[in-house]
Design a protein around this ligand. Structure first.
Ligand code: PMP
Length: 435
């Protein structure tokens, strides 16, 4: 059935998919066509179920189709799908986002604008940084993914990494030239970039913890260093928490990293995924003087027919209200257990590997020592992943179909789901060993 559905899809949809990594290009085989999902499970068109370690690439923090979130969405839908006008719930969500992102008494964010995708959030953040500083250049890091806007695809992670593409065709060279791509976790490279382009860099954009080339956490103090450097040079720090925000903890990676003592404050933070609870919703937030540059108050334009969509806002509000300390503790425990089981299985099978963590996010790098940047990630024995992935899939566990992606757990991954993963890992590790 999956095969027939894929063949049919390819006749009307490029590659049969609406987002490239879904095509199983780097792992081979036929993508599973999903028809429903519940808790930790997804169900395909053949009626098979899989324990899901993709979680919609992050949003499903509470597990799939949480009854309270579904009820909130149904109630909102019954009141109207889209108004193209302000709603009371938008302000509630904005206030909740601002309130949650705090640490040590510091609330670094004053304003929020809601958009529909992470791509829009980062694209608008860049425009805002340029409008605010009057400068054009942007620093990004190799292997980091910030969505598919023109200027941010150079040496990007996620599907660009999976397909081993340098960037995207169709991006005019003068636009690509406005992005400086630097190695991650390399302080000297950042200093050199600012020395080479004095007064010309508008912003540094960075994944709060890199998770689109597999998981590569920032070295201790690195994000604070980015912040200090940006601020000393008159540039802004855009912390991209589309993936990490409200997933690694109640206040995102920033809250997680600054929980002991606040070491830095970003100027703009982008959110997506969990903040929309599985519906198309994302956000950018930041300092009032920066965010108030947006139209209608200021000269930087951004808009959206579906921005702040009432059904999406209902899903986001319901999700964030449910995502309490117990939820994060459950996700942490489940993630630690799966990471430990993967580590143990690969060790027994003699597969050179490192499990890399950023809070509850983790992934396996098929290399004996940790990878701290994109070059090191790319040097791994990535051919071991496809047989590992397929052995897990055959045993009813759905991993991300690329070695360059994080594994996602949810609070709904219960004992039965975790046991199924643990039972599947030894054979998958042997398949990786034989590759
Ligand atoms: N930034 C980061 C860190 C992401 O992980 C992603 C998506 N994986 C994006 C931006 C883009 O978000 P979207 O796919 O919603 O456009």
């Amino acid at each position: 059935m999956n095969r027939e559905l894929f063949d049919r899809a390819r006749l009307s949809i490029p590659g049969g998919v609406n987002s490239p990594v879904r095509a199983y290009g780097s792992v081979g085989g036929t993508p599973r066509f999903l028809v429903s999902a519940k808790g930790p499970l997804v169900f395909d068109a053949d009626g098979r179920d899989y324990v899901d370690l993709v979680c919609s690439w992050g949003p499903a923090l509470l597990g799939h189709a949480h009854p309270s979130v579904v009820a909130a969405v149904q109630e909102a839908a019954a009141r109207g799908l889209s108004f193209g006008a302000s709603t009371p719930a938008e302000t509630e969500l904005a206030e909740l986002i601002l309130r949650r992102v705090s640490a040590g008494g510091v609330e670094p964010l004053d304003r929020v604008r809601l958009v529909s995708t992470g791509t829009e959030a980062t694209m608008t953040a860049i425009r805002l940084a340029r409008g605010f500083t009057g400068r054009d250049l942007v620093v990004k890091f190799a292997g980091h993914y910030h969505g598919h806007s023109d200027g941010l695809l150079a040496e990007a992670g996620s599907g660009i990494a999976t397909l081993a593409m340098p960037g995207s065709a169709g991006v005019p060279a003068p636009i690509a030239a406005q992005t400086l791509v630097l190695p991650y976790n390399d302080r000297a490279a950042l200093d050199a970039a600012f020395d080479a382009h004095p007064g010309r860099i508008a912003a540094i954009i960075v994944e709060a913890a890199a998770a689109n080339m597999g998981v590569v956490p920032p070295a201790p103090g690195y994000n604070a260093f980015l912040s200090e450097t940006a601020h000393r040079e008159g540039a802004l720090l855009i912390l991209d928490e589309v993936l990490t925000g409200f997933r690694v903890g109640p206040a995102g990676w920033w809250g997680f990293e600054n929980s002991d003592e606040v070491g830095y404050e970003p100027d703009i933070v982008t959110f997506g995924k969990v903040v929309g609870g599985g519906m198309p919703l994302a956000a950018l937030a930041g300092r009032a003087d920066v965010l108030d540059m947006l139209a209608p108050l200021g000269p930087v334009y951004q808009a959206g027919t579906l921005s702040g969509n009432p059904v999406a806002v209902a899903a986001g509000l319901a999700t964030l209200r449910l995502a309490d300390d117990a939820v994060y503790a459950a996700v942490d425990t489940a993630a630690a257990r799966v990471a430990a089981a993967a580590d143990a299985a690969l060790t027994s099978a003699g597969v050179p590997h490192t499990v890399q963590h950023a809070g509850s996010l983790f992934s396996v790098v098929f290399s004996p020592s940790p990878a701290s940047d994109y070059d090191e990630v790319r040097a791994q024995e990535s051919w071991r992943y496809p047989p590992f992935f397929h052995a897990m899939l055959d045993a009813g566990v759905s991993l991300p179909p690329s070695v360059f992606e994080a594994w996602f757990l949810s609070a709904a991954h219960d004992e039965a789901a975790l046991e199924r993963i643990e039972a599947a890992l030894p054979a998958a590790a042997r398949a990786a060993a034989e590759a």
